[in-house]
Design a protein around this ligand. Structure first.
Ligand code: NAG
Ligand code: NAG
Ligand code: NAG
Ligand code: NAG
Ligand code: NAG
Ligand code: NAG
Ligand code: NAG
Ligand code: NAG
Ligand code: NAG
Length: 668
């Protein structure tokens, strides 16, 4: 254990805590063993049945898995891959492990991130750490419709960080009305504090509801408070919907947005308090306008020096009739009917198709290209679909498809408690029970993706059009540092009577002729599994889980299991079975597996009204949280590296102190 041999004392709210070999004692001297599993323990507030159907995030809808495809695709097929990237056509640009990040609606920041910089939601930190220790970092956008009218003020009554004018937290799709939000710089200090604990980077939005009275304070203040931890400022959230939402005249078109964007660009250039003048993100179109029609105005040429990221926002479907029965959206869609639309490779392919040209343009311009807000379905998702294991497989495939298609990142949206697609949701109470979060299936997809891409920034992805391009059995190869490193296999089918499992024969090398056979003696495989595509709770990644609804404190529980599969080097083959449903990540060499640092800081604390609980944050995440002091390597370097924890003693003291303040305040 890396932190043995040092200790310090912290005084927080008159309670003393001794850190020694990562055990923290409460004031009674009681010690709880580290690493206890999360879940409703004896001391936890019982889950209220009334929560389950009151909010879509915890709905009880459970669908039927679709029948096996007819005709059944071949369940045994071969994939032959060159071992060197130079011999593999169609590879993407190099991708980062933090490809999948999160988009958090500004109005739910207090529930999801924290009340202020000394009251941070510990499960949120744990979840981010789980991604960051695999990806090297995690990217989060705070914004959405709310950003357009949000106003930064110096202070608010009662030390509040955010005040919403209206308690209604839904967005009316006809008017696009979201509550007007007023917030203080404490919101930005909260984000900075999260970045001090986990390697989290942020995207924010400059309000664009009124370009004759610009409010640039967010960029001025965030530059000062967050510095390099703010990656960019979005200017315009779905401007192609401004007219239909009544925010602009009905004639509002691409030229109007071009002109208004120019007003913001000029103002940013002239604002002495904004240091980073080339961090803008646009145009974030939802799909009413094509990127090409906007670009025809000269948008990219005119603003090239201000734009850092070209962004789009798109969901494959919408469930607006359920959220707004009288909104003119027609009959409510049946989740069971739409379910199969997510259980196919064609979903991700169709999602990226309208953007392939833009991806190519972005690459030529040297800009990032991001899917800035997405998820299974807008207007809250489909209960039973968005929160099913099927959605987890869909998000793995969609993420890899975007990476293959030269997007440079994508953000899964987190709405409030009444949407079913959230990657994570706090419990529906203002008590912020720290161990009763609900982790959605799509969160597992972000872990799969992070491990598929790793931490070197050199991973290039190719869609293998496997099994004759069959839509139910997609596969991707990932080449890292120019060599085959990992293979992702997805099986969307629901096996029945043993039929539906796929068995893939992998061969490496020998193509093109002359490349030597290169199958290793064995490969390691991590599986993303659940009993069925409609499963909502029993989901595992390499045998670890966040548990079911209201069962998570943001940490994976259970013991990790990595399957070792022996290969036939004589035949140059490996047989990889993928259960139906399931996804497998095959690590072609042990070096290809990013080390998820098993040495984690575990510590417990005492709440005023609750028994001692155990919290844990990954040491590797902490390791990256203080810059590069002592030359600490980033977490997730190849297996066998030390993690360099000895260099961490001093920064960690501060880190734990501030982290602990949050933990303490949170769980009372
Ligand atoms: C942070 O929020 C908590 C919970 O609302 C509150 O008790 C505390 O006073 C706040 N701290 C500051 C510095 O505003
Ligand atoms: C823009 O938003 C601000 C803050 O909510 C509001 O005061 C202002 O009236 C809005 N402007 C327009 C033109 O809607
Ligand atoms: C937008 O409308 C204005 C005014 O009618 C017109 O001059 C302009 O050409 C339009 N732009 C596009 C891209 O259609
Ligand atoms: C949640 O959304 C549903 C529609 O999906 C709606 O009927 C219900 O009233 C909403 N609940 C709350 C608490 O807003
Ligand atoms: C992605 O970019 C690479 C490098 O430019 C290119 O070779 C490849 O064809 C692109 N992929 C797609 C799907 O367009
Ligand atoms: C929780 O909300 C209730 C009413 O909604 C309020 O009376 C109570 O003070 C709140 N508790 C906290 C800890 O904020
Ligand atoms: C990967 O890219 C990110 C973002 O540019 C950077 O912060 C990080 O240091 C890079 N990692 C490596 C190993 O080069
Ligand atoms: C999977 O996790 C469970 C629960 O932690 C454990 O009992 C089991 O032994 C693990 N399985 C393997 C194969 O490691
Ligand atoms: C996969 O196919 C191979 C060769 O046909 C066979 O030996 C093996 O038992 C199969 N594995 C599974 C899990 O079906």
């Amino acid at each position: 254990m890396v932190f043995r041999g040092w200790a310090c004392l912290l005084w927080v709210s008159s309670l003393s805590y001794a850190f020694g070999a990562v055990t923290v004692y409460g004031p009674t001297g009681a010690e709880r063993p580290t690493g206890t599993t999360s879940g409703a323990g004896a001391s936890a507030t019982p889950v209220q049945e009334s929560w389950l159907n009151a909010y879509n995030a915890y709905n009880n809808v459970r669908l039927q898995p679709p029948p096996l495809p007819n005709p059944l695709p071949p369940t045994e097929f071969a994939i032959t891959l060159p071992s060197q990237a130079q011999n593999m056509p169609g590879l993407s640009i190099p991708q980062r492990g933090d490809f999948w990040g999160f988009s958090i609606e500004m109005s739910v920041v207090e529930q999801v991130i924290g009340k202020n910089s000394s009251f941070i939601q510990v499960p949120f930190l744990n979840l981010l750490a789980t991604v960051a220790e695999r990806a090297g970092a995690v990217r989060i956008r705070v914004g959405g419709n709310t950003q357009e009218t949000a106003t930064l003020v110096d202070s608010l009554p009662d030390n509040a960080m955010i005040v919403k004018d209206s308690p209604v937290q839904t967005t009316d799709p006809n008017t696009g009305q979201t509550p007007t939000l007023v917030y203080t710089p404490e919101l930005l200090r909260l984000l900075a504090q999260v970045s001090a604990l986990v390697n989290a980077k942020w995207y924010l939005g400059i309000p664009m509801n009124d370009t004759s009275h610009l409010r640039l304070q967010i960029a001025e203040t965030a530059d000062a408070i967050l510095g390099d931890n703010v990656l960019g400022y979005q200017v315009g959230n779905e401007p192609d919907l401004y007219a239909s939402h009544g925010h602009r005249p009905p004639t509002y078109n691409e030229t109007d947005y071009y002109n208004e964007f120019g007003v913001v660009v000029d103002a940013v250039q002239q604002d002495q308090n904004i240091k980073s003048k080339s961090k803008l993100i646009a145009p974030s179109l939802q799909g009413q306008w094509t990127p090409e029609d906007l670009f025809a105005t000269g948008f990219l040429d005119s603003y090239a020096s201000s734009l850092d990221i070209i962004a789009m926002e798109h969901y494959p479907d919408q469930n607006c009739a359920a959220e707004f029965p009288n909104g003119g959206f027609g009959p409510i869609k049946d989740p069971q009917t739409v379910f199969p639309e997510y259980l196919t490779h064609t979903s991700g392919q169709n999602l990226v198709k309208p953007y392939l040209n833009t991806a190519s343009i972005a690459q030529q311009l040297g800009k990032e290209f991001m899917m800035f807000e997405t998820n299974t379905a807008s207007c809250g998702g489909f209960p039973g679909v968005s929160d099913s294991f099927g959605a987890a497989l869909w998000a793995v495939d969609y993420g890899l498809q975007m990476a293959y298609s030269n997007f440079t990142g994508a953000l899964l949206h987190v709405g409030g408690q009444n949407v079913s697609y959230n990657p994570f949701t706090p419990p529906p109470t203002n008590l912020s029970l720290f161990d009763q979060w609900t982790v959605g299936p799509v969160f597992y997809s972000t872990l799969f993706m992070a491990e598929a891409l790793g931490t070197t920034n050199t991973s290039r992805v190719v869609d293998l059009a496997a099994n004759g391009g069959n839509e139910f059995t997609p596969a991707y190869a990932i080449y890292e540092d120019n060599a085959l490193a990992r293979i992702a296999l997805i099986n969307y089918m629901s096996a029945q009577n043993g039929v539906g499992t796929i068995n893939v024969t992998i061969s490496i090398g020998g193509v093109p002729a002359g490349e030597p056979n290169d199958i290793p003696a064995e490969v390691e495989v991590k599986y993303l599994l659940a009993p069925s595509v409609s499963e909502k709770e029993q989901i595992t990644w390499a045998n670890q889980t966040f548990g079911g609804r209201f069962q998570s404190d943001g940490r994976l529980t259970g013991s990790e299991f990595v399957q070792k599969i022996a290969c036939d080097q004589g035949a140059n083959t490996c047989q990889i079975a993928v259960p139906g449903p399931g996804a497998a990540l095959v690590f072609v060499s042990s070096g290809a597996q990013s080390s998820v640092d098993p040495t984690t800081v575990t510590f417990s604390t005492t709440a005023v009204t609750k028994a001692i609980e155990t919290l844990k944050i990954a040491s590797s995440a902490l390791a990256t949280s203080n810059g590069h002091k002592g030359g600490v390597p980033l977490s997730g370097t190849s297996r066998g590296s030390s993690g360099g924890a000895s260099a961490l003693k001093i920064p960690l003291t501060f880190t734990l102190a501030s982290f602990f303040t949050g933990a303490l305040l949170l769980i009372r």
